[in-house]
Design a protein around this ligand. Structure first.
Ligand SMILES: [Fe+2]
Ligand SMILES: [Fe+2]
Length: 192
């Protein structure tokens, strides 16, 4: 099946899931998934990944993030498994999808992400915390909770350095420049 045919199917499942979760995380909502997919699709074509595995992993990777816990790779994989079965996703590819989901979070040692699909998703997930959306997220989640601008800049730099593939860096470079420019100028203005 062409990977594009999975998009409406996965989107439907994601919408259903989001309608019933107990503790929705706005930073990981459907908009985030669609932004991540847009960039993953570009990268996936460049890197010749299994697009079926990639699209399923992207749409289902944050299912477990809406249950009040920050750590969510394992729970997302648990929630994704019955969905893959239900939509009759190719059986021989299911484990690969679940593995990408299970290990997508930044704190999981990168050695665990031993497929290109896993690296692409994890990288693009980080890129989504940059750019204009990233500025908003950092102001809401860090600055509003007392993190200094200096510290925010260092968090962003660390995140950028942890991106694995040079191709992902290219896709995210403009977003990185946008967010760094904003916070560096903000720091200058605040410190006078
Ligand atoms: Fe996630
Ligand atoms: Fe995500």
């Amino acid at each position: 099946m062409n990977y594009k045919e999975w998009q409406p199917v996965l989107f439907e499942e994601l919408k259903k899931h989001m309608a019933s979760v107990p503790d929705k995380s706005p930073a990981h909502d459907i908009d985030h998934i669609l932004r991540v997919w847009k960039k993953c699709e570009i990268l996936g074509k460049q890197l010749k990944v299994d697009m079926e595995v990639l699209i399923a992993a992207v749409f289902l990777h944050d299912l477990g993030r809406h249950f009040g816990q920050e750590k969510h790779g394992e729970l997302s994989a648990e929630k994704a498994a019955p969905i893959l079965e239900k939509i009759k996703f190719p059986e021989e590819k299911r484990e690969a999808v679940l593995k990408v989901i299970r290990f997508h979070e930044y704190f999981v040692p990168k050695e665990k992400r031993d497929s290109v699909e896993a690296k692409v998703l994890s990288d693009v997930d980080r890129v989504d915390a940059l750019g204009y959306v990233g500025i908003m997220r950092h102001l809401l989640f860090y600055y509003a909770r007392g993190t200094s601008i200096e510290e925010i800049i260092s968090i962003i730099k660390k995140r950028w350095d942890s991106i694995e593939l040079k191709e992902s860096r290219e896709v995210g470079r403009k977003d990185y420049e946008v967010i760094m420019d904003y916070f560096e100028n903000l720091e200058k203005e605040i410190s006078g």
